[in-house]
Structure formats: structure tokens, C-alpha cells
Design a protein around this ligand. Structure first.
Ligand code: ARG
Length: 396
């Protein structure tokens, strides 16, 4: 059994109890690592809580900039939506947390890493497969999966060891949030027929009443400016979450297939991620050559599936990354979004690398398309089916 363990720490009930429980049960020293991926939180209080629970060292890493650049960025370039809808909020943050767990394990001479996931979710898969990819020698501990305590028992355990917590007995939702969005699970939503209670929404409360328009500028498929104001990507995402969210737009309510074979009802809010993906898809339609565009559309669901399934560091995912990166060379330009209460739509797009040719597209006098070319083209395009129709289709 390892002597020192690095634990992925959120500051919540489970991971706080896990610190003490591992000390008591395994006789190890625990170092906690908390990653700021934009979820907000009082990091000093979180550090104090880790120490109060018994951690020998409490590390906090501000990962916001890196998370936006190296995780949200590639996901946006790949228009990554799991099962066509979910922008991978939690699935994107696990690999960066894994990276910092491994780094801390090396720095503090730990032989094991631990996480606070249950046995029913995807996050355990993402942590463990991620660790296996980056540090196959490290042992992995999953205290929450092992201890079999109920929520009540955990609260009691925390009381017994004087672990200061803000958790209350009434807290019924499991929340995970970061710059890319927020996942809300459990409670009455475990009935897929029941509407999500209005109180679950935080990022998408409708407060705006006047419609507005917003221009997002992209370079190489990444957002670089809002209404002409250059912004680092993590700040741009944060601003967009507030603005788009204030129109009450960016909610998802879906049943999804978890990697472990369970169908689960999930609600999400991801105003910035969903608006950016919508805008980016639109700019690609303007700037990507047709075959490249179509092939990319075929690969995107695979990318999303790999990330969802914990394969961020896999060779297939890396190879798709290379394809996606190469495809973004001309995805520069601007997309204009219109925001109205409950609505966000694209109303305009332009690019210096646009493949839209007015002369070819217009039905007006400026038409430069050679109509006569179509005659032979369409005849040959349909020749095979015409032959088939004459010889075989008639047989019924
Ligand atoms: N179902 C989502 C996913 O697998 C959200 C998970 C949220 N995690 C959590 N610990 N509440 O990506």
C-alpha cells in the first residue's frame, strides 16, 4: 500500500471525508489537489478544510487559462457535442485535473492518486483511464466507491472528526461546473418525466429583456474578440456565459448513455459553449471546402465520444486532434449572434477566407455561373441510376 496519496479535491463533503477516511483506513499521508477550472469558490477556505480534514499539504492550481486554451479550445474546434447535444463540460475538466494530480504525485513523491467518484458515473472512468495513460505506474484509490457510507453517514463521519463543512442535509443535487458549463443531477430529476425545478438553473436565469446583437471574431477556429474587443479565451468564455445566460438561453435537458451502461437524466447549462459552437459551426460552413467539411462532420461525434469515454490522451483522439487542427487554418472571421429572451441565433457571418462566391450564388444580373455546364454534369451524375432504372428497377 502506498505511503503518500494525492487526492483530487473539490472541497465538498465526499472528498473532505475521503481525506480523513484514507488516513484512518489505509494509514497514508494525503496531499489534496484542487483545480480552479472556473467553478468559482473560496480557495483559502477550501485549503483550510483540506488541512482540517488531515491533509499534510493542500494544493490549489489556477487552471482557467490552460483549461480554456488546451481543453475548451480543441473541443470547440471539433464542435464537440456528445450524443449530438452535451458539450462535454465535466468530461473536459477531468483530463486537466489528471495532469495536475500526476504532477503533484511526482513532486511530492506519492505512489498513488485518489478520486472521490462513485462507481456509477463517468468521472471514475475519466480519472482512472487518464492516470493509466499519463502515469501507468501510479496506484489508484477510489475511497468513495469502497466505503459504502450513505450521505447521512458521511455527514456524521465529518462531524466526528471535526471536518468543517458547508454541506447541509438538504443538499440534493450533484453539481459539477467549470468555464464550459454546469451539470445538475439527482433529486426529483431522476424521474425523466419530471420537469427540472426552476431553482436548479443558475447560469441561465432570464434577466435581460431587450434584444441585442453580438459579434464574435474567430482566428483559426478559436474565439478572439467580442464586439471588436480582444480577450483571452477564458475571459471571453466567462463574459459570454454571463451575457448569453442572461437571456435564459443555453439549457439542456436530456437522457444520456453513460459509459458504464446506465441511462441517466441530465440537465446542463452551457450558454457560452453552446453559443460558441453554434457560431463556429456557422463560420466553418462559410470557410471549409466541401469534402473537408463533410469529413470533419463525420469525425466530430467520434471526438466527442472519445472525450466523454475518458480517452482524452488516447492515440486516436490525438490523431483526430491533428486533423481538426489542420482543418482550422482558414476558419477566421466574424459571426453575428442575435439574443432575445429565450433565444440565441446566428444572423450573419463573414470571412476574408470565405468560399461563398456572390457571382456563383446570385440569381441576379451579376450571375457568373455557366448554366450550360450543368447540362452535361447532371446527365452524367444521373447516368448510372438511369441505366439501373431501365434494366432493373422496372422488374419490381
Ligand atoms: N453526465 C455528465 C458527464 O458524465 C455530468 C457528470 C457530472 N459529474 C458530477 N460529478 N456531478 O460528463
Amino acid at each position: 500500500m502506498a505511503k503518500r496519496v494525492v487526492l483530487a479535491y473539490s472541497g465538498g463533503l465526499d472528498t473532505s471525508v475521503a481525506v480523513r477516511w484514507m488516513i484512518e483506513t489505509y494509514g497514508v499521508e494525503v496531499i489534496t489537489v484542487a483545480c480552479d477550472v472556473g467553478q468559482g469558490g473560496d480557495w483559502e477556505t477550501i485549503k483550510d478544510r483540506a488541512r482540517a480534514a488531515g491533509a499534510v499539504e493542500a494544493v490549489v492550481v489556477d487552471c482557467r487559462e490552460e483549461f480554456a486554451r488546451d481543453f475548451c479550445g480543441p473541443a470547440l474546434q471539433a464542435n464537440a457535442l456528445y450524443e449530438n447535444r452535451y458539450p462535454l463540460v465535466s468530461a473536459l475538466s477531468r483530463p486537466i485535473i489528471v495532469k495536475y494530480l500526476v504532477e503533484a504525485a511526482r513532486m511530492h513523491g506519492a505512489e498513488a492518486v485518489a478520486h472521490g467518484c462513485t462507481g456509477k458515473g463517468n468521472d471514475q472512468v475519466r480519472f482512472e483511464v487518464g492516470i493509466a495513460a499519463l502515469a501507468p505506474d501510479l496506484e489508484i484509490l477510489a475511497p468513495v466507491r469502497e466505503w459504502g457510507m450513505t450521505r447521512e453517514e458521511c455527514i456524521h463521519y465529518a462531524d466526528r472528526f471535526d471536518i468543517p463543512l458547508t454541506a447541509t442535509r438538504e443538499k440534493i443535487y450533484s453539481i459539477d461546473d467549470n468555464l464550459w458549463g454546469r451539470a445538475i443531477e439527482c433529486g426529483e430529476m431522476e424521474d425523466p418525466w419530471a420537469s427540472p425545478p426552476e431553482g436548479v438553473w443558475e447560469m441561465t436565469k432570464l434577466t435581460a429583456s431587450e434584444p441585442t446583437e453580438l459579434v464574435i471574431a474567430f482566428e483559426d477556429g478559436l474565439p478572439v474578440a467580442l464586439d471588436g474587443r480582444k480577450l483571452p479565451m477564458h475571459e471571453l468564455i466567462a463574459e459570454l456565459n454571463v451575457l448569453v445566460g442572461s437571456y435564459g438561453w443555453g439549457r439542456l435537458d436530456m437522457v444520456e448513455n453513460r459509459r458504464v451502461g446506465i441511462k441517466s437524466r441530465e440537465t446542463y447549462e452551457a450558454p457560452a459553449a453552446l453559443a460558441l459552437i453554434m457560431a463556429h459551426l456557422d463560420l466553418e460552413a462559410l470557410t471549409l471546402e466541401r469534402d473537408l467539411h463533410h469529413e470533419k462532420l463525420r469525425l466530430e461525434p467520434r471526438f466527442a465520444e472519445l472525450v466523454y469515454d475518458g480517452m482524452w490522451f488516447s492515440p486516436l483522439k490525438q490523431s483526430i486532434d491533428a486533423f481538426v487542427a489542420a482543418s482550422q487554418r482558414y476558419v477566421d472571421g466574424e459571426v453575428r449572434l442575435r439574443l432575445e429572451p429565450g433565444r440565441c441565433i446566428v444572423v450573419g457571418r463573414r470571412s476574408e477566407h470565405s468560399l461563398y462566391d456572390y457571382g456563383l450564388a446570385t440569381y441576379e444580373a451579376a450571375d457568373s455561373f455557366n448554366h450550360a455546364d450543368s447540362v452535361g454534369f447532371v446527365r452524367l451524375w444521373g447516368l448510372g441510376i438511369q441505366t439501373w432504372a431501365a434494366r432493373q428497377s422496372a422488374r419490381g
